[in-house]
Write a protein that binds this ligand. Structure first.
Ligand code: ATP
Length: 304
């Protein structure tokens, strides 16, 4: 697999405090990479580092195959765009003028593609309206439009849906999907709105206390959910006898609760339990979601 970004044992220390602690992550080309972690876990620190706004205390990263301490990293960074914290827009200007400003900053000779970019982000009809009168979602989309002027193939969006209303969230979601699918832009999104992220991400990196605790693709995650059946029985010791005989993967949580990770033939299973006097109290396919997976990871109760 080809990777746009790879970090290796990346650390950032502030005095004795480690904001990033030997962080290793891999962002596949073409992915929408959900970068998940609670407040203060180090997401923004990592993003600022990749953008060249901060330097590693130790470890390194590769962007488009260029190492962070190589001179060419500056060139590699020109291929990416980032909206970190608040989008940097001029509030007194229209959407069009904001984009023109960016063309000037980048020293581009013409405004080629400006109209198309406004259309792409759904701001083509904003006319003379100044950005200060835009909704939060419109500002966010303008921020993204500005980063698109440099024609990046990698976008970093730090908490892009924070504070948006439901309509704003849908518009950003559709834009992100469009950029990824139609323009083949790899996108790293940091977020703690997991329900939203699960509608977008193809890959996940879960960060806790400056460290990646798990990287997993959305496909792998779905397989993991699908296979999991939660059972409640009168005695899990009896249950394990049957599961061992059936050569099934499982995890016991208590004297009465367990998860089964392999597909089983339910009738055969229940009959086998009956034979050893194991009573089934309940049995259900686990309605897992990203949130519970994340919680299980940071609680130290890993699935895999
Ligand atoms: N300049 C600094 N000096 C000291 N500590 C810092 C500095 N910058 C960040 N930190 C600390 O590093 C940790 C990680 O911060 P960071 O902003 O990367 O977290 P985050 O995951 O982005 O959180 P949030 O979702 O709140 O933005 C926090 O505990 C923060 O207080």
């Amino acid at each position: 697999m080809e990777y746009i970004l790879k970090t290796k044992n990346l650390s950032k220390r502030y005095g004795h405090f480690k904001a990033l602690d030997e962080l290793t992550m891999n962002v596949p080309k073409g992915s929408i990479y959900g970068f998940v972690g609670k407040n203060g876990s180090g997401k923004t620190t990592l993003i600022r580092m990749i953008c060249g706004l901060q330097y590693p205390s130790s470890g390194d990263y590769m962007l488009y195959g260029k190492k962070s301490d190589e001179k060419d990293i500056v060139k590699a960074r020109r291929r990416m765009g980032a909206v970190v914290e608040n989008p940097s827009i001029y509030l007194e200007m229209t959407a069009e003028d904001n984009l023109k400003q960016q063309y000037k900053i980048l020293g581009l000779p013409s405004y080629d593609g400006l109209k198309e970019t406004l259309e792409l982000v759904g701001l083509a009809d904003t006319g003379k309206k100044k950005a200060k009168n835009f909704s939060l979602g419109m500002r966010q989309r303008l921020g993204i439009a500005i980063t698109l002027i440099g024609d990046p193939d990698f976008l970093i969006l730090d908490e892009p849906v924070n504070g948006l209303d439901p309509q704003g969230i849908i518009e950003i979601r559709e834009l992100i999907l469009k950029l990824n699918r139609e323009q083949q832009i790899t996108i790293l999104i940091s977020s703690h709105i997991l329900n939203e992220l699960s509608k977008l991400a193809t890959h996940y990196g879960f960060i806790d206390q400056g460290h990646i605790v798990k990287e997993i693709s959305a496909d792998e995650l779905h397989t993991l959910y699908k296979k999991c059946i939660h059972v409640e029985v009168n005695d899990t010791k009896l249950l394990t006898r049957v599961l061992d005989e059936m050569n099934v993967e499982y995890k016991i949580y208590s004297d009465t609760h367990a998860d089964i990770y392999t597909e089983i033939k339910v009738t055969q299973f229940v009959l086998a339990l009956k034979k050893v006097n194991c009573e089934v109290i309940s049995m259900q396919e686990r309605s897992e979601n990203l949130e519970s997976f994340y919680m299980s990871l940071i609680d130290g109760d890993t699935y895999v």
